[in-house]
Design a protein around this ligand. Structure first.
Ligand code: NAP
Length: 330
């Protein structure tokens, strides 16, 4: 299969990790990076073996050989950059969260229809093999009653915030905060398994600038209740547990990669998870490449529906918790 010409936006470690995943899955030809500054772009290109650097996004998007653009800029930039890339005829892989509001997501869906281009949200856990294992194993725990999914990631930038220095991840101008940064993972895990919740609510510890630093998101389904907690301002364990009337399934470690799956029933304990590659972005890079080749509308619609649900409940949830973004006003 012809390799897809790939360009990237963003020069931080996550773009380097995606490039390494793209190389590992062997479906992309890495062509270019966009950076706001030539020096930074060139340093990143040298370190990651990228042939071309652009400091003008329009110029980069004129390049015919580029089929796909991967976006890992601050959260608020994903939507305008994704739209710009699709209008220029490119498929898009947008880092999570793909959008700041439901309105943005709906506009991307419209743009996709008009341009015939795809835009997908890079949420690692959606594509790792162990998610399928969890799905298949769920009937073995009987009626699913409770899900608890926790993701705690004390931020290296939190001490600076306490000193008054606001970095992108804690900046309401950049749609920052705990929910959009890491809360999306446990919530996506729940939505991947149970779909759209009947009700949901979010309560959060807020910083004085209005962003959420940690919080608890409750999702209600007819027979199941799910509580997702996540922190950027404190330490805590990372895990997920699915509790049923015949046993439970446990994931130890970050819900974002589902590194293992254990089934515990009155009959005993069983390790179900398969061994996954270290860089879990390899799976999404492969799935997206396949989608961009096949143009499988059913697969695309499933991914889009998931992103629409996330966009809606995260926007409503954060507004309920009192978190406002500058993106809300544009
Ligand atoms: N999938 C995952 O596991 C994972 C992990 C981490 C992060 N992420 C996501 O990746 C995205 C980037 O996160 P990050 O922590 O790398 O963000 P970041 O360091 O704040 O910014 C990423 C890049 O965007 C550019 N940038 C920085 N500030 C900007 C501004 N004010 N306006 C426009 N561009 C700006 C910079 O590139 P130039 O200076 O070269 O232009 C920078 O390298 C986020 O959406 C985050 O949620 C995903």
């Amino acid at each position: 299969m012809k390799k897809l010409g790939l360009a990237v936006i963003g020069t931080s470690w996550i773009t380097a990790a995606f490039l390494s995943a793209a190389r590992e899955c062997d479906a992309y030809e890495i062509l270019a990076v966009y950076s706001r500054t030539l020096d930074k772009g060139q340093t990143f290109a040298d370190a990651n073996n990228i042939p071309k650097v652009y400091t003008d996004l329009d110029e980069m998007l004129k390049e015919d050989a580029i089929d796909v653009v991967y976006i890992a800029s601050p959260n608020d930039m994903h939507y305008p950059q994704a739209k710009q890339a699709m209008l220029a005829g490119k498929d898009v892989i947008g880092e999570k969260p793909l959008v700041s509001t439901l309105r943005e997501m709906e506009d991307l869906v419209r743009t996709s229809i008009v341009t015939g281009k795809f835009v997908v949200e890079a949420i690692t856990l959606r594509h790792v093999p162990n998610l399928e294992i969890v799905k298949k194993a769920l009937p073995r725990i009987g009626a699913l009653k409770i899900i608890r999914a926790d993701m705690s990631q004390f931020s290296s930038r939190y001490p600076a915030l306490k000193e008054g220095k606001v970095t992108n991840v804690f900046d309401p101008h950049h749609s920052g905060g705990a929910l959009y940064d890491i809360g999306i993972y446990p919530i996506s895990l729940v939505v991947s398994l149970l779909g759209e919740p009947l009700n949901f609510t979010y309560t959060a510890n807020l910083h004085e600038n209005g962003v959420d630093l940690s919080g608890i998101f409750l999702l209600e389904y007819p027979d199941t209740k799910a509580v997702c907690s996540f922190t950027k301002d404190s330490y805590g364990p990372n895990f997920a547990v699915f509790e049923g009337d015949q046993g439970y399934l446990q994931i130890d470690g970050a819900p974002s990669r589902i590194g293992n799956v254990t089934l515990v029933t009155p009959q005993g304990k069983e390790e179900l998870g398969v061994s996954q590659v270290e860089n879990s972005m390899v799976y999404e890079a492969g799935v997206f490449a396949n989608l961009f080749h096949t143009r499988d509308q059913a697969v695309y619609d499933t991914l889009t529906k998931h992103s629409l649900i996330l966009a809606r409940i995260m926007e409503d949830g954060r507004k309920h918790a009192g978190v406002r973004f500058v993106a809300d006003t544009r």
